[in-house]
Write a protein that binds this ligand. Sequence first.
Ligand code: URA
Length: 238
Amino acid sequence: MRMRLDKFLSAQGLSRKQARAAIASGQVLVNGEVQGDPGFILDPISAQVLFQGRALGYRRHMHLMLHKPAGLLTATTDARQKTVMDLLPEELKRRALGPVGRLDKDVTGLLLLTDDGQLAHRLISPKWTVEKVYLARVEGALDATDIQAFQAGIALSDFTARPARLEILEPDLGRLTITEGKFHQVKRMFAARGKPVLRLHRESVGGVSLDSALECGKFRPLTAEEEGALYALVRMER
Ligand code: URA
């Protein structure tokens, strides 16, 4: 892919005029050198562009992390109920962003949103064994037999869950890592042990953890590192 430097800067949110002024005043470095030509051609994916010392990246796609509150549906639209998309401002609603997998209405925590359909598809496909980590507050007390049962693969009515890792944090609080995401899977797994889930919260997906500074109901773009880690995990080029 090839692109003019001034167009690249506009794609980062500067007006054409601001972009040209920034370039003319020597505030833009491309691959370590001041670049004064607005028509300079670069590869927006691989070029390192610094503006006032800050790295800029041309994003073909947009990816957000959302701290999902309870009470919202994981869907792009719904005729009657509020969805997670209602948390986004209008300009982002217009982008073709969609949730990566689903969290039940009562479940809180990390929900990724992306406009890269292939990335979303791979992250939820069982084929790519992407780890999802949940904190579950349960009724009853967890013990070593639960760890073993999850590790062996819990048999549910319609399928046997893949081996899962349970860490007991408190007698009624467990951290469960699974690599698939069937409907109500975590709740069904704990229910099968006679310890129904009272509260469920997702901590991470594919090694990307919910930012502890992100308040419930808020979102932020993924960092370049987080984005890179997810693409690498499912063997995709950015
Ligand atoms: N497992 C569940 O039971 N619910 C979710 O929302 C996610 C995983």
